[in-house]
Design a protein around this ligand. Structure first.
Ligand code: ADP
Ligand code: ADP
Ligand code: MG
Length: 451
């Protein structure tokens, strides 16, 4: 086992990874930018190194500097968290070259799944059901319109390298796609340095349901059930839960087996997530694979009792998986909400200084917090400032606890999406499990516009 790990991330996820390292008796090294000198993860780690200026390109994405710090501090492994360098093949390669273990899959698997087009090819070969669409990059908007026509509208235009809901757009007709193509391609180029675009069928009134897998380096692979993450804004998740209120036992097991097959077919190792889009008839289709720890991993931990970060570290250290499929149980119901520093009406980021903070406390609440009173929320990073997770015996219990927790949660100085989350959680349609990906559009925005 490693004796020291560097965490190449910031915010709540850096703090969360450090917590598991501490439980395992592993020393931790934090990195921080000039904007994060008094951030929680810096205080929690055994050592902390300044990595550069606030801008991510000069700090949390500075591969050479991070490797240098790892060497200097004697860290034997690097946990990349999510976002930032977690799915960056150059970084995984740089770790390999420096003789440092990258806690994640191999760089070629990251590259394969990092391109949604390449991932679709691999999954098709493995016999995993795909959303109907193409597996190559479009030349231009005219080809996009032609292809969309042949697939049949409505379609989703997507950036092959996209993430966080960026670079995708629904098109209902040729005009839509002709208008949307170049803008989305530019955004994809700006954000991901890759303008490759493709189209797939838009699945209507769908649910986003994903399967967590764990695989060791010897091919042993298990699934840790599903998470439903259908409640989204701007195609990005804001409420996640496990189990899904929509799935029956048969579909759940089938999805789990398909996810394991998918992971095995690409020689996957470490923790990963196969995302599926599920239609009204419970047909499920591969969306993408995330080759890293997922933001919403806590809900799975809450119902299975497993620590996914600990599993990641053990796998990276070369241990064989100790858990067998039949050992993985499911207890109770867990819900996570992502708390963003953003305007609850427009969903635009709302940076500023937090001048008052009161958080709910209770035995069934797990709170992943990246801020404190007087924290300055800067525009340099993702505006997610905390994750609130509750556990209940039943879904109803969990919803009630979440509702109460959100009522008690007070942040002043910046705008947050807490009022929006409260409306979602308290909505009768949520209680009924009408959790399609257009929930926010259908129930929340409509209500706002009626006022
Ligand atoms: P997950 O797939 O784990 O649920 P998301 O889909 O929300 O996470 O985001 C995918 C990744 O992209 C996350 O690791 C997140 O940190 C990162 N991300 C989210 N929003 C942005 C953004 N606006 N710019 C750059 N990266 C982002
Ligand atoms: P990202 O890499 O940004 O997470 P995904 O491919 O995982 O992109 O899609 C993000 C979300 O966008 C999905 O959870 C879903 O809500 C929506 N979406 C993506 N593709 C489709 C599709 N073909 N049909 C309907 N919704 C889709
Ligand atoms: Mg996704």
């Amino acid at each position: 086992m490693f004796s020291k790990i560097l965490i190449a991330n910031r915010g709540e996820i850096a703090a969360r990874v450090i917590r598991t390292c501490k439980n395992m008796g592993i020393k931790t090294v934090a990195i921080y930018s000039e904007a994060d000198a008094d951030a929680p993860h810096v205080k929690l780690a055994d050592e902390a190194f300044l990595v550069g200026k606030p801008q991510v390109n000069e700090s949390y994405l500075n591969i050479n500097k991070i490797i240098e710090i790892a060497k200097e501090s004697g860290a034997e492994a690097i946990h990349p968290g999510y976002g930032l360098l977690s799915e960056n093949t150059n970084f995984a390669n740089a770790c390999e070259e420096a003789g440092i273990v990258f806690i994640g899959p191999s760089s070629d698997v990251i590259a394969n799944m990092g391109s949604k087009i390449e991932a679709r090819k691999s999954m098709q070969d493995a016999g995993v059901p795909l959303v109907p669409g193409i597996n190559y990059a479009l030349e231009d908007k005219h080809e996009a319109a032609e292809v969309a026509e042949s697939i049949g509208f409505p379609v989703m235009l997507k950036a092959s390298s996209g993430g966080g809901g960026i670079g995708m757009q629904v098109a209902n007709n040729s005009d839509d796609i002709l208008k949307a193509f170049e803008g989305n391609q530019k955004r994809a180029n700006d954000f991901f340095g890759d303008g490759a675009m493709y189209v797939e069928k838009l699945i209507e009134n769908p649910r986003h349901i994903e399967i967590q897998v764990l695989a060791d380096q010897y091919g042993n692979t298990v699934y840790l059930w599903e998470r439903e993450c259908s409640i989204q804004r701007r195609n990005q998740k804001v409420v996640e839960e496990a189990p899904s209120p929509f799935l029956d036992e048969e579909t759940r097991n089938k999805m789990g087996r398909v996810a394991v097959k998918a992971a095995k077919s690409i020689g996957y190792s470490n923790a990963g997530t196969i995302e599926f889009i599920v239609d009204e008839n419970k047909n499920f289709y591969f969306l993408e694979m995330n080759t890293r720890l997922q933001v919403e991993h806590p809900v799975t931990e809450e119902i299975t009792g497993l620590d996914i970060v600990e599993q990641q570290i053990r796998i990276a250290a070369g241990e064989t998986l100790k858990v067998k499929q039949s050992d993985i149980t499911r207890n109770g119901h867990a819900i996570e909400v992502r708390i963003y520093a953003e305007d609850p009406k427009t969903f635009f980021p709302s940076p500023g200084k937090i001048n008052y903070l009161k958080v709910p406390k209770s035995e069934n609440i797990r709170h992943e917090l990246a801020i404190h009173e007087n924290s300055q929320i800067t525009p340099f990073y993702d505006p997610m400032i905390a994750k609130l997770v509750v556990k209940g015996n039943t879904r109803e219990d969990a919803i009630r606890s979440m509702s109460k927790a959100l009522e008690e949660y007070k942040v002043e100085g910046i705008k947050t999406n807490i009022p929006m989350l409260q409306k979602v959680i308290d909505h009768p349609a949520y209680m009924e499990g009408d959790t399609t990906t257009n929930f926010v559009e259908k129930y929340y925005k409509k209500e706002l516009s009626n006022k």
